[in-house]
Design a protein around this ligand. Sequence first.
Ligand code: URP
Ligand code: ZN
Ligand code: ZN
Length: 468
Amino acid sequence: MGRTLFSGGTVMTADGGYRADVLVEDEKISAVGTNLNPEGAEVVDATGRLVMPGFIDGHTHMDMPFGGTMTADDWHAGTRAAIAGGTTTIVDFSLQDAEGTLDGALQTWFGKAEGKAHIDYGLHVAITNLTEEIKAEIPSLPEKGVSTIKIFMAYKGTPLYSEDDDLFETLQIARDAGVLVMVHAENGDVIARLTDQALSRGDTAPRFHALTRPPEVEAEATNRAIRLAEVAGAPLLVVHVSCAAALAEVHRAHERGQTVYAETCPQYFVFSYSDLAREGFEGAKYVCSPPLRDEWNRDPLWRGLQSGDLQIFGSDHCAFNYEGQKELGLDDFSKIPNGLPGAEERAMTLWTEGVRGDRISEAQFVSLLSTNQARIHGLYPRKGVIAPGADADIVLWDPDLTMTVTAENRHGNVDYTPYEGMTFHGGPTEVYVRGRLGYKDGEVIAEAGSGRFIERSFEGPAIKSALV
Ligand code: URP
Ligand code: ZN
Ligand code: ZN
């Protein structure tokens, strides 16, 4: 692959920006500075652009069964969408079969990714059945390059749901194994009751998805998970925080000094309950969990990102077609598969609303999308930084690029986009994965299968103080 010199751009890191060139040799960054020797290098003119570490999305669901159907994006389509949004690494959820092992889940997901991934990837395991065999298997995860486990407190009545005792024991075992537990924090029992009650009243429309999962249900479960982690003496990552009430529980934990990481997602900043309440069955296009909230929640979420209570911005990319998939819930909102596409729109949403909206700095943009993701998801310092020795995952970002979203210009495999008609300002022009050009001006160049599995290792609670 040889040498590539990115010249004339502004290197933007989680600590700020500075004028420097970046020299890449084969798959790694070899030098960052001025007056670098260009001999034998292909020179890429980065003038007018920000040179950022490739974005990392620690929350995707590719080719995953959910609600009796499969996500519309497999690893081919889903990683095309991701790289078109500047993402060079995803961490996807491999689901344990109720009777299967964690290694079985990993092997299944390796099979799904094989020959299809356009970008690098890691895998979480989602535990659905904490048997004695699974308890004994958890300590082997780090040697397999897996540093995270997800537990679902929601989705009662499906194989995903876990009881508190299983969450608690997973936290204990994971603590000793050096593995980080992630939770989907919504009270599954209360949601199940509210759903039954709504359906028996004949309240079947998509908006009842949100009305049967109110913010208090998320806040209660967030607090419960945090307190269980406190009792277990374990760090915790709360994913897809959607509302002020749940964020307040994360903030209280931080005031106590507890190690709790928290993620939020783009959909909570650009959509709201009013989208779920759209005419006819249109609201189904906006069904995800936790659900979209009233707009006033956005300002507190921005404050959470500014203060560091929320450290990462993941997509929760979990795409379903409208036709034949969202339509499964035409007569019953509880049958609408939960999830939205967002891997392609994640960074552009954060730039447009956050950086251009004067809510976060360019450096915070890099930490939320890349550096903090790398630290929490165990990829640092191989990924998440522009520094000698790191993988040459590089995004050339044009702060003035303008793009209007339509289903036709998306790179995934979904028959609609919830972002239809939205205009983004700022976006990637070129994306490099380990030194190789993978995306340029709207076109995905990376070959299917060129993405590699990346082993991850959780650094432990000490990383809290290093987060930027
Ligand atoms: O609606 C969502 N978020 N679907 C994906 C599964 C999950 O809970 O993360
Ligand atoms: Zn979830
Ligand atoms: Zn998810």
